[in-house]
Design a protein around this ligand. Structure first.
Ligand code: B12
Length: 369
């Protein structure tokens, strides 16, 4: 598995400009494009009304707005893989909610037609490439993603039992299980990665497949967050190494558990961490960084359509003379899907998980000194 990379700060490339302009058009014209797709499909295939009813039309419109938000980011960043991953997700999600794969195929083909009608520019190929990749891959994409708790994996039994207890609403028992495992010698870092990270991803998969409700997902996430807070004193026991980091998630991104694990691993390695958490506006963060400048900034993004906010943050930071050289370490789901996204947005490096993040953070700060 790729675990991370990075050295000197990169720059957004000139060649991105056409893509960024097209992506902006997709975002601005999303409502018109979605309306065109749905009206065309219902006009061409009257059986849709019979299959999904009047409500189906509303859901279809909503889904297309969602498709377009992912497409826009894949176009802006020149990473079709982001959209292919999204279509894999959408395929299994839609199947679990009774939508036929052939209808998704029609949908994507119509989106292609709609872009030709609604976008302006001499060369629309950067906008069409992610759609073409997704259409080509769609038949081979699995109907359901595989479990994250593979039998035989390190601490897999512990993870499975922890998840079962949470799904049964037995939060205290789940906590007791973790306390016992730590007492039996399972290292804290393994509890974080093998149990919390894995079960969080599994919970997401179960929600995606319509096997648990959003309330059950919230319950599991909240229980794990409480437990992590209870374990925090163990994190603070580590001796300090004299380095500092500010960690945050970009504006509108509410997924903070991954970043929190990264922050706790850095604390365990001796870093002083200003953990800011979810949904942080870039401008406010820059003001804070000017007042209290750390050795490193660590930024998390989960939803691909928030990658632009990160790209804008990087650009804004680099434009401030006092902060221009500050190393920026990035991570989160979009970076697990693509190879070069971190470079394209001008970050200094990326890491696939909290363990790799510590190594990369050390390298970046050593390199900057
Ligand atoms: C919990 C959760 C939520 C919670 C978050 C609560 C919280 N307090 O954090 C809530 C309910 C808010 C939420 C909302 C949504 N979610 Co959500 N969510 C999840 C879930 C189940 C778990 C996230 C998590 O904790 N993962 C575990 C952590 C440990 O993993 P990680 O984030 O990858 O972090 C590791 C690495 O990536 C890396 N890393 C992460 N950040 C950083 C930063 C740096 C600097 C570095 C170096 C490394 C690094 O290190 C971390 C630790 O090892 C995921 C499933 C999943 N696969 O992750 C879905 C998931 C991400 N959500 C999803 C969706 C669709 C949504 C919503 C759009 C749903 C909706 N319709 O409203 C919204 C969007 C909200 C928003 N604006 O951000 C989808 C995304 C699908 C896609 N195609 O992109 C997922 C994948 C679920 C699924 N399987 O369908 N969600």
């Amino acid at each position: 598995m790729r675990r991370g990379g990075g050295d000197t700060p990169g720059r957004r490339e000139e060649s991105d400009t056409v893509s960024v302009v097209l992506a902006r058009q997709i975002t601005e014209r999303s409502e018109a494009i979605s309306g065109w797709v749905v009206a065309s499909d219902y006009a061409r295939r009257p059986e849709l009304l019979e299959r999904y009813g009047e409500r189906g039309r509303e859901l279809y419109l909503r889904d297309n707005a969602y498709h377009l938000s992912f497409l826009a980011e894949a176009v802006a960043s020149g990473e079709p893989a982001l959209f292919v991953d999204y279509v894999a997700w959408a395929k299994s999600m839609l199947l679990a909610h009774g939508v036929l794969v052939e209808d998704l195929v029609h949908n994507l083909r119509l989106l292609r037609e709609a872009l030709a009608v609604h976008l302006q520019g001499d060369d629309l190929s950067p906008a069409l490439a992610p759609l073409d990749s997704a259409l080509a891959r769609l038949p081979d994409l699995p109907d359901a993603p595989p479990t994250f708790i593979d039998e035989g994996g390190r601490n897999a039994v512990l993870a499975q039992e922890y998840l079962e207890r949470l799904l049964q609403g037995r939060r205290r028992d789940a906590g007791a299980l973790i306390e016992r495992a730590l007492g039996d010698g399972v290292p804290l870092r393994q509890v974080y990665l093998d149990v919390f990270q894995r079960t969080q991803r599994e919970v997401g998969r179960l929600w995606q497949l319509n096997r648990i409700t959003v309330a059950e997902e919230h319950y599991c996430s909240a229980a794990t967050q409480v437990l992590m807070s209870q374990l925090y004193p163990l994190v603070l026991e580590a001796p300090r190494n004299g380095r500092s980091v500010t960690a945050f998630c970009v504006a509108d991104d509410l997924h903070e558990i991954g970043l929190r694990i990264v922050a706790d691993f850095l604390e365990l390695a001796g870093w002083d961490c200003d953990y800011i958490g979810a949904n942080t506006p870039g401008a406010a963060l820059i003001r804070q960084l000017e007042r209290r400048t750390p050795d490193l900034v660590a930024v998390s993004v989960t939803m691909p359509y928030h990658v632009r906010a990160l790209a804008d943050f990087v650009e804004a930071l680099r434009a401030r003379p006092a902060l221009a050289e500050l190393p920026i370490l990035v991570g989160g789901r979009p970076f697990l899907i693509t190879d070069n996204l971190w470079q394209r947005i001008g970050a200094s490096g990326w890491a696939a998980d909290a363990e790799a993040a510590v190594d990369r953070a050390d390298e970046l700060v050593r390199g900057a000194a």
